[in-house]
Ligand binder design. Structure first.
Ligand SMILES: Cc1ncc(C[n+]2csc(CCOP(=O)(O)OP(=O)(O)O)c2C)c(N)n1
Ligand code: SF4
Length: 307
């Protein structure tokens, strides 16, 4: 803040920080947050675990018509339970009218979802909490400078998996959050992509008819972390689906259905080549073994998919 003002209150409105301006241009996750805000409407409360999207709110403002609640990284689903219970009690005591009930949305990055917040999510799904969960999967701890998370892809470069002469980026496999969540038998779990907005909207609409956990894993290109230009985000997101590396699917009561099956998949390297985090696989020499391993795991996945 400008030093001529002692507090935010002293600053004239037109000079105040505008919430949302602290996110990077082209942020894939932000595109999906925007769609959820539009689809769920103003009668919703977002329970946000610390991460990039936290930058959307500059106390006491948010760019949304709905409400916002900020929590520690590990505990967003637990906070969501508290909010849901409080709303239910207030409605029962007739202190809140049923028409003013709020939809509860948990919003986290993949670091919180697949790592530190997984226990709280598991417990919330197990209890059958009536909530939406959106994880914007930018495949790293982006807010703190792009360190590897449990969702970082095999072979990818992050701040903590810097490629060297002997290591080609991450040596670990990305956690399969869809299957981890599905094993809990939630009524609804889906993968989504910012390049397929109609698919996203259909899935939100379909899940809104369901009571219980409604879980979404969103492919979320991150321009600074992935090393792509802001205007290439949708192209990269589309390539992830066209190469088969990001399947679009849903599971209703555990039953999996792919919402898009490509006639012919593009080679995975078409996707990898677009991003600096995979550049070391192609320069200064092509790392055939790693590229082949990544292609094989995608081929293996799609072999098991029945049309
Ligand atoms: C317990 C704890 N450890 C570390 C941090 C610091 N921290 C804030 S945001 C963040 C990264 C979160 O990563 P992710 O959930 O993937 O969200 P993204 O940053 O990608 O939006 C970290 C490590 C924290 N807030 N709490
Ligand atoms: S660092 Fe990545 S995830 Fe975070 S705001 Fe920027 S583009 Fe979005």
């Amino acid at each position: 803040m400008d030093s001529k003002y002692k507090t935010l209150k002293d600053m004239p409105l037109e000079e105040e920080l505008v919430p949302g301006t602290l996110l990077c241009a082209g942020c894939g996750g932000a595109l999906l947050v925007r769609i959820f805000e539009k689809m769920l409407g103003p009668n919703a409360i977002t329970i946000n675990a610390a991460g990039c999207m936290t930058m959307l709110s500059v106390f006491p403002y948010t760019p949304f018509k709905s409400s916002w609640f900020y929590t520690a990284m590990a505990s967003a689903p637990a906070a969501a339970q508290g909010v849901r219970d409080a709303l239910d009690m207030l409605i029962e005591k007739k202190k809140v009218d049923k028409k003013d009930d709020l939809k509860v949305l948990v919003l986290t990055g993949d670091g919180a979802a697949s790592g530190i917040g997984l226990q709280a999510t598991s417990a919330a799904i197990h209890r059958g909490l009536d909530f939406y969960y959106l994880v914007y999967d930018n495949e790293a701890y982006s807010n703190t400078g792009f360190q590897a998370s449990e969702s970082s892809p095999f072979g990818s470069a992050t701040k903590t998996t810097v490629p060297t002469d002997i290591i080609e980026g991450s040596t670990l496999q990305k956690k399969d959050l869809f299957e981890i969540w599905r094993a809990h038998r939630p009524p609804y779990v889906a993968t989504i992509s910012p390049a397929y907005m109609t698919d996203v909207m259909h899935k939100i609409e379909k899940s809104s008819q369901i009571t219980g956990p409604k879980l979404f894993i969103a492919h979320s290109p991150c321009p600074p972390g992935w090393g792509i230009d802001s205007d290439k985000v949708i192209r990269v997101a589309k390539l992830a689906v066209e190469t088969g590396i990001w399947p679009l699917k849903e599971a209703v009561n555990g039953e999996v259905r792919h919402t898009l099956i490509q006639g012919k998949r593009l080679p995975v390297e078409e996707y990898l080549k677009t991003q600096e985090r995979f550049e070391h696989l192609f320069k200064p020499v092509r790392k055939e073994k790693i590229i082949a391993q990544l292609q094989q795991s995608v081929d293996y996945y799609w072999k098991s998919v029945t049309k």
